[in-house]
Design a binder for this molecule. Structure first.
Ligand SMILES: Cc1cc2nc3c(=O)[nH]c(=O)nc-3n(C[C@H](O)[C@H](O)[C@H](O)COP(=O)(O)OP(=O)(O)OC[C@H]3O[C@@H](n4cnc5c(N)ncnc54)[C@H](O)[C@@H]3O)c2cc1C
Length: 382
């Protein structure tokens, strides 16, 4: 069987490439090792984080990707909720960054509202009483990270004629051939979207790029009482030094100094707080960041405790029982948000390297397919 486009990996990048490929008129197949997608795309917060982007090309990419999510969600019958995002300040240094950022919004086009302590409570009663204030933005959307991928794959098969090979680990992807334990297929183009898995297919190209892995610990509570809702994503002060949306604030160095002096343990484990309530009332919590192939903290339970104590500084959960804990990995390349390689003729490997593949994936895929179909047109002409 010959395809125009064979995609290795059924995570969000793989599905986004399949959608854009099918829309460009290509006959597309996706090869996924698991019986369902099993990588970062089903282990995250389901946050389409427009709010976290630096104005300019980054923000434009996230907004274009959001348009694609809306179209895909409408087609696949998925809910996509405009949850919004609330950054909560407990320290004057955190409040200073939020205030500066809010003051700059007319310049950079972001939609931010600065809130005092009472304003934070009016908006989101689940926030701890000790909050000094917060910064609210409507620009964050929530998808069901565990259910979305299966729904999109089913829709792509049904409405766009994409062929899915689940339970199909690809052992070779080169020279127009895709090889799995159960067979061999041919394809004009191969796009590898294996997330953080670089060891098996074209390892020498990945190695030369310097890409590595980031390991994150995540937790989920039991469902909270029905009357308790945490509508927006809630983030704390540790997030302000991680997201590029705040990178240009003059008040950031003072916050970094405060964190170095008072939050060294959290910094050592790359901890910042995101809390996201799911439709069943449970709250997804995270996360930590450990960089390097096979990097595992000495005491993962201590890392969970640090995440929970940072969370308790911003959110008052009525029920703190943890129902689920898991680890997710994504590809990481310092200072770079995307890695696109051509390890062999006819093969493109694509991975998002800043931990925001849910937010940017559709835009990344659109560009890959434009490049591939453009190249195809050129080779026909020559
Ligand atoms: C804990 C955590 C929280 C995050 N939160 C967010 C967030 O809220 N918002 C956001 O924008 N981003 C977030 N991210 C980042 C985002 O999840 C990733 O950037 C994105 O999901 C990567 O998608 P992917 O398709 O490239 O990789 P993956 O989702 O990892 O998918 C790769 C797939 O390829 C398959 N595969 C690999 N090798 C082979 C092979 N040889 N043969 C067949 N199949 C193969 C795997 O089984 C897997 O299903 C988070 C990541 C983590 C880990």
């Amino acid at each position: 069987m010959t395809y125009d486009l064979a995609i290795v990996g059924g995570g969000i990048l793989g599905l986004a490439h399949a959608w854009h490929g099918a829309r460009a008129g290509l006959r597309v197949a996706v090869f996924e090792r698991g019986t369902v997608a099993s990588g970062a795309s089903v282990r995250n917060f389901g946050m389409l984080a427009i709010v976290a982007q630096r104005p300019g090309p980054e923000l434009d990419s996230a907004l274009n990707s959001l348009d694609a999510w809306r179209e895909v969600a409408a087609g696949a019958g998925l809910a996509i909720r405009q949850a919004g995002c609330l950054f909560v300040a407990r320290q004057p240094e955190e409040m200073a960054v939020l205030a500066e950022c809010a003051a700059g919004t007319k310049v950079n086009g972001q939609d931010f509202t600065l809130l005092d302590g009472a304003g934070v409570h009016d908006r989101t009663p689940g926030i701890t009483d000790a909050a000094l204030g917060g910064l609210y933005s409507p620009d964050a959307w929530k998808v069901d990270q565990r259910g979305a991928l299966a729904a999109i794959a089913a829709w792509l098969a049904r409405e766009h004629g994409v062929t899915f090979h689940f339970g199909a680990e690809v052992s070779e992807a080169a020279d127009g051939r895709i090889v799995t334990a159960s067979g061999e297929w041919r394809a004009d183009h191969i796009v590898i979207c294996g997330g953080d898995e670089f060891a098996r297919l074209h390892p020498e190209a990945w190695k030369a790029s310097g890409v590595t892995t980031c390991r994150l610990q995540m937790l989920r509570t039991v469902p909270q009482p029905a009357e308790w809702r945490l509508d927006p994503f809630v983030l704390g002060g540790l997030s302000l030094t991680r997201y590029t949306a705040f990178a240009d604030c003059d008040s950031l160095p003072a916050l970094k100094e405060y964190q170095t002096a008072h939050q060294a343990d959290a910094l050592a484990h790359g901890i910042h707080i995101i809390a996201a309530q799911e439709t069943d009332g449970s709250v997804t919590l995270g996360d930590s960041h450990h960089y390097g192939a096979g990097a595992v903290p000495d005491d993962p339970a201590k890392v969970d405790d640090l995440i929970l104590s940072a969370l308790n500084r911003v959110v008052s959960l009525p029920d703190r029982q943890i129902a689920d804990r898991w680890v997710g990995n994504y590809a990481h390349l310092s200072g770079q948000s995307l890695l696109r390689l051509v390890p062999a003729s006819g093969v493109t490997a694509v991975t998002v390297t800043n931990g925001q593949g849910m937010t940017h994936g559709f835009q990344v895929a659109e560009r890959t397919i434009q490049e591939l179909t453009g190249a195809q047109a050129q080779s026909c002409v020559s």
